[in-house]
Each structure stands twice: as C-alpha cells, then as structure tokens.
Design a protein around this ligand. Sequence first.
Ligand SMILES: [Zn+2]
Length: 275
Amino acid sequence: MRVPHILLIVALAINTPSTHAAPLRAGISAIDVTPEIWPLNLVGSFSPRPSSSAHDPLHSRCTVLSDGKTTIAIVVVDNCLIKREVLDEAKQIASEKTGIATNHMMVSATHTHSAPTGHADENGTPEAQAYRKQLTAGIAESIIQAHASLQDAQVGYGGHDLADEVNNRRWFLQPNTMPMNPFGETTDIVKMNPGSKGLISPAGPIDPEVSVLSIRNKKGKPLCLLGNYSLHYVGGGPRGQMSADYFGEFSRLRISPTARTRKRFSRHHVQRHQR
Ligand SMILES: [Zn+2]
C-alpha cells in the first residue's frame, strides 16, 4: 500500500485512543484555478498543444485536519506536475495566514495531461507567467479557506484491490532492441509503453489498491473523500481544451455507500486505456 505517509499518520492517530487530544476537526475547500488569461500550452506531450479554452474547470482542493495539537493540510491540484518553488511559495503564504507549519502541508498534482504548466519562469510567455501567479495564489487560498472552515468531524478509511485496471507500463526488453527515446538516445534500461515485441518483464510491481479517507461532519454528512489509486493517467477530452481529466470526473461524483453506485463508478469512470 503506497498511501502517502502523512495519510498513514492520520489514520494511526485516529485509531489510537488518547486522553489528551481534542475532538478531530476538519475543513475543506475547492478553489477554481482554471486559467483566466489565454492562450496557454497544454503540458503532458512532447509536441506543442495550444489551448484557448477549458472543457471543464481545474481546481486546487484542500482538506485540513486538526486534533487541537497538530494541524495538517492535504492539497490535490489539477495539474500535470508543479515544481517545488511554486509549492514552497504557496505554502509560505498559507502558513502566514493560518499558522499551519509548512512541513505539515502536503501538495500533490493529479497529473492531468490537459493543464498548463504551473511553473513558468521569466522565459515563459506572459500568459504562462500569469498562470504561475494564479496557481500559486489558488493553492494558498485553498489551504486558507479549508482552515477557516474547520468543524468537528468524524473520519474513516479503507481500501480494496482493483488490479484489473492497472499495469506496469515500463518493461525490460530483449538485448539490443531498445528503440530511440524522444531525446535521441538508446541507453534507456527500460521502455515505457513498449508494445508487444521483445518484452522480458515489467520493471516493477503494481499497486492495486484503491484506498480512501472519508471525512464527515459531526452529524454524519459527507465532507470529503480523499482517494488514492496508482493509475498513470486517463484523459481523452476535446483536442486543445483544458481539462482535469478523469480526476475531475471522480471529484464530481456524489458517491453514496450503495453497491450500485460503486459498480457504476468502476464500470464507467475507470477506463482501461492508459497513455
Ligand atoms: Zn504522464
């Protein structure tokens, strides 16, 4: 189970009776970080993909948990990858407003291939540089708003293996069959998406578990469902349009505890094709 350590710490803390800790409190937020200034290039491809509109919104979503002594923030951003400098700046802004230590904040990107770069430097276009500022502010604001909405809460967690939907896409190949990589080199040890010829074995294991952390308010109303599944990427939105891809679809689901809903999710929202 490759759940981030911070989640394990949360889970263990919740299951350990304590005479000192205050009741668990939780706060949530979802800040729209869809670009405001266009055009922008979509990342996640080796060729340019200009975009001037969004198919669906991008968000920075945050969950803040506090037991009165320790407060943590878990942020999930609809982006492909974000450099540390951007996250450090966002965390610093949020820390100054909330008092949460920056090393108690964990920010991840969903890896959607249909978002703009979030870390353009002075060599980037003016639009891309503007998006870096918007994204930095959006991540910080998601932590600030989640912290401001802290309320008494209950939490539970669980997991279930769903191995059919994942595979290791990096393979060892037969000697002298390694094709040229996009950088013109043939020195790679393993090949990503190798096709069907010359395969020896996958380069590593898969993590089949769908794990969830479910948070409800004191009366049992769902506040947040944080899910973890080691699937690279599933997309397929309209060409040239921003999208949160399947992660956005997951977030729009209103998941009920009925088996019928779980089946529907599995069948329609986790596609088999991977890129
Ligand atoms: Zn990718």
